[in-house]
Design a protein around this ligand. Sequence first.
Ligand code: ZN
Length: 287
Amino acid sequence: MRTLAIDIGGTKVALGIVESGTLVKRHQLETPESTDVIQFTQSILKDIKDWISDIDNIGVSTTGFVTKDGITAINPDTLNFPTPFPLAQELEIQTNKPVKMLNDAQAAAWYEYTQLSDTSLNMAFITVSTGVGGGIIINGTLHQGHSGLAGHIGHMSIDINGIACGCGQIGCVESIASGTAIKRFSDYLYDTPITNLELFARAPNDPIAESIIVKSAQAIATLCCNLKAGLDLDLIVLGGGIGFAQGYLNRVNKAIQSRPRVFQIPVIAAKGNYDACLLGAAFQFKE
Ligand SMILES: [Zn+2]
């Protein structure tokens, strides 16, 4: 089976051919500005027209909620679609291939689940990057919920006296742990702004840098323990630019080990690396 995988992000669209579980071709373009679904679809297919005749189906992963009617953007600054945006339906019309579509973090969660040696485990995938997202697999099934919201665990509030999150709530995990939040704390504490990459490099010799990163890791640890308490999960898989950063996973695990044993849960690194969403888009066809 050859699947065209498409990952729709706020700034870029990644496309790939996945064959026998492996990404064999890859292409990337800037997210088209058009908010017309016909033009948007034409734009993302324009460079890979010659791939279409060779594929069996199309898997899409995208930021935002996904329902059977299309994509609903959570943050209009990221994806400025009229909603629901019926991308899957339009792809079917323009390619005449079957199309499945999922939220990107849910897609990555599904990919990570397929990589486990023990598929009886209930797990969550957490990505810590610009934002904090995730996906939950229970009893071998991706839990999406009726509105598609399941897995938006970055918007679980963990501090009722915390700062305002972009979603309208107070003290969300995302507002404390995300790359955006880390940068905001670091800009506040350092006179000269530094990148998050520099912050991680400084951490071993700089208590301020270390404290900013630990705060993020503790928020993620709290999220992991909350997921354990709420869903009795067996495993958390961690990814994303911050999640993969040097020493971050260790800091999360260390914070979890200071909690009561009943809420502790193992956290491991994601296997899909930066293509987990793209692979997850294709793995929707792998039951
Ligand atoms: Zn929020």
